[in-house]
Design a protein around this ligand. Structure first.
Ligand code: PSU
Ligand code: MN
Length: 304
């Protein structure tokens, strides 16, 4: 028995060796408000198709791990309330119970690897939360990058996190972090985090070659590509800093922690920025989808 179901389009592309880009679904259920979440999910898929690759949005629906959603399934998920946010720890439990859940970066990487998809585009990965020295809140996404062979395209780690600590953990775990086309680490809504990225890549081909070289060396784990948000869509760091500080204080006041913290902060920053954070989030996800498709194309042309 296979542990997953592929959509017809994804099965066809993978079996033919055509480029495929995995997409997560937590950004749909917990990262953006209805109805923009559905609109964005559709636009991201369309962007990948226009760039010559096949999108594979991943989710668990009624116990089935789905690699590639049909449009009605995407809509169902976007409208659903109280959907579980699945990571490495709870994906199998949800499937065994016949449940429904969206996949985070960690769970999407696991599913992509099972299906033989090498590239995954998202908004921002989870990382080390501010105050982690007390809360120990470090996203399972980091550990997943250390053990699952998928190249993840993100706009850096979300600026709500402690970025220096996030980079330190990634270094400890042996995860290559490459800024795309610049030396600075991008910080999600802003192009620069005020930190140098450990590595830099200037072309999709370089990223694809590094992915293959890791495999040849037998190194487990993936790569994190930090793709800066387009200039015209960025929110400068100085504008965001007080908003993030306020959202973080509010989370503290209301005792928000664990899995609820990231969705709470994203929603609060959306309110405090009068919707600007969402516009930026949409622009960066589309930008990552384009780069993901380019990397998938290079990988499909390289020998395994
Ligand atoms: N990127 C976004 N919005 C999101 C997320 C990423 O633009 O909502 C989600 C991803 O699914 C990521 C998760 O894996 O947030 C991290 O959650 P946590 O910090 O609880 O590990
Ligand atoms: Mn967490």
């Amino acid at each position: 028995m296979t542990q997953f179901t592929r959509s017809a389009a994804v099965a066809k592309a993978l079996d033919a060796g055509h480029p495929v880009v995995a997409l997560e679904s937590t950004i749909v259920t917990h990262g953006m408000p209805w109805p923009q979440n559905l609109e964005v999910a559709r636009r991201v898929e369309a962007t990948i198709r226009e760039a010559g690759a096949t999108p594979a949005t991943i989710a668990v629906m009624d116990g089935e791990l789905r690699i590639g959603l049909e449009d009605d399934q995407l809509e169902q998920l976007a409208q659903a309330r109280q959907v579980a946010k699945l990571s490495r720890a709870d994906m199998a439990v949800c499937m065994a119970r016949g449940g429904t859940g969206s996949t985070t970066v960690a769970a999407t990487m696991i599913a992509a690897r099972l299906a033989g998809i090498e590239v995954f585009a998202t908004g921002g990965i989870g990382g080390v939360h501010r105050g982690a020295e007390n809360s120990f809140d470090i996203s399972a996404d980091l550990q997943e990058l250390a053990q699952t062979e998928v190249t993840v395209v993100a706009a850096g780690a979300k600026a709500i996190l402690d970025l220096p600590k996030t980079l330190e953990v990634l270094e400890t775990l042996g995860v290559p972090v490459m800024a795309y086309g610049q030396d600075q680490l991008p910080a999600f809504w802003s192009r620069e985090a005020g930190l140098r990225a450990p590595l830099r890549a200037d072309t999709a081909l370089q990223i694809a070659q590094a992915h293959r070289m890791r495999a040849r060396l037998g190194l487990p784990g993936g790569q994190l590509i930090a793709n800066p948000i387009p200039v015209e869509s960025e929110i400068p760091r100085a504008t965001l800093a007080p908003i993030i500080a306020e959202a973080t204080r509010d989370a503290d006041t209301h005792g928000i922690s664990g899995k609820d913290l990231t969705p709470y902060l994203l929603q609060r920053i959306y309110e405090l920025s009068d919707g600007r954070s969402l516009e930026a989030n949409i622009a960066l996800v589309l930008n990552n989808a384009r780069l993901g498709a380019a990397i998938a194309q290079e990988l499909s042309a390289l020998p395994v």
